[in-house]
Design a protein around this ligand. Structure first.
Ligand code: CP
Ligand code: NVA
Length: 297
């Protein structure tokens, strides 16, 4: 039997605050195009990327990032794997570990990602489950560092559905000295164990915040309750009125995909205070640094 690999990135607690700060610094170096010795830190290594759910940013940034580091991305969809015909996650982990240096997986089942990691002898990276989106949080930290030159002492107000993105932001923030306040209506709030300040008042949340953060109201897997969600979350839209209660220099973040006019108005999403497009780009740099860190290259 192969030994499980110690270095996974599944719920965001696997990397300490100090290591996260180093990782973000490395992501900035990679962004600046600092030359990489030896023709690429992932030279000769393949990375499997298994996407059981749609993705634009995560899949493409992992694929491009692996190639830019000299590695070989192997992009897989659940429907084309024997997984779809009943092969177990555990056996899939054992077999992939014989071929590749790391496994990236987006799944509708967090338990399956955990099972994959427990049975893989190479690092496993969570590319989004209904519970966590730790890779997004890396890019979020990098964006905050770029805009404010520091992380420690910042305040981010997440406004909307207390979901995977909010949870991972709170975890990454708590590890790096960023206060995360989550404003969500009753029934949509994060559990109290999450290291964030929880409120149902968006105006209170954005008061004094350095960044206001939004995500979709209907996450992947929530489609059946879409109508109810849109009704319940309507008072939590990120718009000019909400921004008027924040500081003049407060930036706006969103993990994307966005629905302009729904959880965020178009004038805010495309406005001068939006950091959203840099934030999307940072997925590439942060995940390259993550791959290097987990592979020890
Ligand atoms: N933000 C994010 O994870 O986007 P994708 O779903 O396009 O990967
Ligand atoms: N909360 C969203 C994030 C998409 C990147 C979802 O899980 O669908």
């Amino acid at each position: 039997m192969t030994e499980p690999h110690a270095r996974h990135y599944i719920d965001g607690h696997e990397i300490s605050g100090g290591q996260l700060v180093n990782l973000i610094d490395r992501a900035e170096e990679l962004k600046a195009g600092r030359p990489v010795e030896g023709g690429g830190t992932l030279a000769g290594k393949s990375v499997a990327m298994l996407f059981e759910k749609p993705s634009t940013r995560t899949r493409i940034s992992f694929e491009v990032g692996t190639a830019e580091l000299g590695g070989h991305p192997v992009v897989l969809r659940g429907s084309e794997m024997q997984l779809s015909r009943g092969e177990s996650v555990e056996d899939t982990a054992r077999v992939l570990s014989r071929f590749v240096a790391a496994i990236v997986i987006r799944s509708g089942s967090h338990e399956n990602v955990v099972a994959l990691a427990e049975n893989a002898s190479v690092p496993v990276i969570n590319a989004l489950t209904p519970e966590f989106h730790p890779c997004q949080a890396l890019a979020d930290l990098q964006t905050l560092k770029q805009r404010f030159g520091k992380l420690e002492g910042l305040k981010v107000a997440y406004v909307g559905d207390g979901n995977n993105v909010a949870r991972s932001l709170a975890i990454a923030g708590s590890l790096t000295g960023v206060e995360v306040v989550v404003a969500a209506p009753h029934g949509y709030q994060l559990e109290t164990e999450v290291p964030a300040t929880l409120t149902d008042d968006p105006i209170e949340a954005v008061s004094g915040a350095d960044a206001i953060y939004g995500d979709v109201w209907v996450s992947m897997g929530d489609e059946e309750t879409a109508e109810q969600r849109r009704a319940d979350l309507a008072p939590f839209r990120i718009d000019g009125h909400l921004l008027s209660h924040a500081k003049q220099e407060t930036i706006v973040m969103h993990c994307l995909p966005a629905h302009p006019g729904e959880e965020i108005t178009a004038d805010v999403l495309y406005g001068e205070r939006s950091a959203v497009w840099d934030q999307a780009e940072n997925r590439l740099h942060a995940q390259k640094a993550l791959l290097e860190y987990l592979l020890g290259t």
